[in-house]
Unconditional design. Structure first.
Length: 340
């Protein structure tokens, strides 16, 4: 149904307009009596073998919705009916910001990929907190946090700290995003010393609460082996909970779509990043002796793609571009066929 009828209609629209049209449509449909139950009956698949307990959190299944899809926690309740085991909101910044100029979202249909240069467009942390306080579902929520565009890197810790403290009571885990290519100089924070300073500050704050929450680091697929070894060292030194591998890539290797689109600036997600994402997962898992959990994301469009990430060492996985191209049936298909 989705790939035959819905996707062709959505793909006739500008990519960003299609995104918000889908949100509006979902919100409208789910206000109709019995529609949530119908979606749940179609897309949910539950089996005890799929359950995971990580960081003291009980995941009903290992498939999550990656950050960037529901940045502002607008339809977390609605998405909870589509079979996800967890949902990650954000990236959230302290102050609302419009993001980069449009157009800033591009489909590469031949490559089953997307280029985005959204630039952390979001409604700000206080709005996200209020929405999460009103949610009705009990699905696990991750809070992906970043810094405002105008905040210089030397003050970045302050922005991350604001988001951390504001969101603490309404999310189940945190993700520190220093790997988006769409905020100027943000990736400089992936360097060893500034990254360790940032993570240690958040972890120190985390430990002041009666019950701390998992803090994860989301990394780029473009890091070298040496940089990945630094990541392992920093995870151990700061004792954060784990890593999300990976964010979007700035690479444009082996693309077959229209060159006028592939040359657009921004982060590339989808099928072309799948191999590198899996390589990073495997490297981290092997070199760390599997000493911390990994969430794998990047180019998961099928059961085989999901299984590959798990076999490489991922404990959980997330969908984004694959969800756009394949539709919600992908979740159930993966869950029914995973070799757990």
């Amino acid at each position: 149904m989705y790939k035959l009828f819905i996707r062709p209609l959505l793909f006739r629209l500008d990519a960003e307009k299609a995104h918000y049209f889908t949100f509006d449509l979902i919100k409208f449909l789910f206000k109709i009596p019995f529609v949530p139950q119908i979606f749940k009956s179609i897309y949910h698949y539950e089996n005890p073998r799929l359950e995971r307990e990580i960081w003291g959190l009980k995941f009903k299944n290992p498939i999550g919705l990656a950050a960037g899809f529901d940045k502002n926690a607008i339809i977390t309740d609605e998405f909870s009916n589509l079979g996800f085991g967890f949902i990650e909101i954000g990236t959230i910044t302290p102050k609302a910001q419009a993001g980069n100029d449009k157009p800033r979202l591009f489909r590469l249909k031949e490559d089953q990929a997307i280029i985005n240069r959204m630039g952390f467009n979001n409604d700000g942390v206080k709005v996200a907190v209020e929405r999460l306080r009103k949610r009705k579902s009990d699905i696990l929520i991750g809070g992906n946090i970043g810094k405002n565009k105008l905040t210089p890197n030397e003050n970045a810790v302050d922005d991350y700290m604001i988001c951390f403290t504001e969101l603490f009571d309404v999310v189940d885990y945190f993700v520190v995003n220093v790997s988006s290519p769409n905020t100027p100089n943000l990736r400089d924070l992936q360097e060893k010393e500034p990254l360790k300073k940032l993570l240690q500050a958040l972890q120190d704050k985390n430990l002041t609460y009666p019950k701390s929450k998992p803090i994860l680091l989301k990394i780029a697929p473009d890091l070298t082996d040496s940089q990945l070894m630094d990541i392992i060292e920093i995870v151990h030194e700061t004792n954060i909970a784990g890593v999300i591998a990976t964010n979007t890539t700035i690479s444009r290797d082996d693309l077959t779509s229209d060159p006028t689109i592939t040359k657009e600036m921004g982060g590339l997600s989808g099928k072309p990043v799948s191999k590198r994402s899996t390589e990073v997962i495997r490297f981290l898992a092997e070199k760390s002796n599997k000493s911390f959990p990994i969430i794998g994301v990047g180019g998961i469009h099928s059961v085989a793609d999901a299984q590959e990430k798990l076999d490489a060492g991922a404990d959980l996985i997330q969908l984004y571009t694959g969800f756009i191209y394949e539709g919600p049936a992908l979740i159930k298909d993966i869950l029914k066929n995973l070799e757990c």
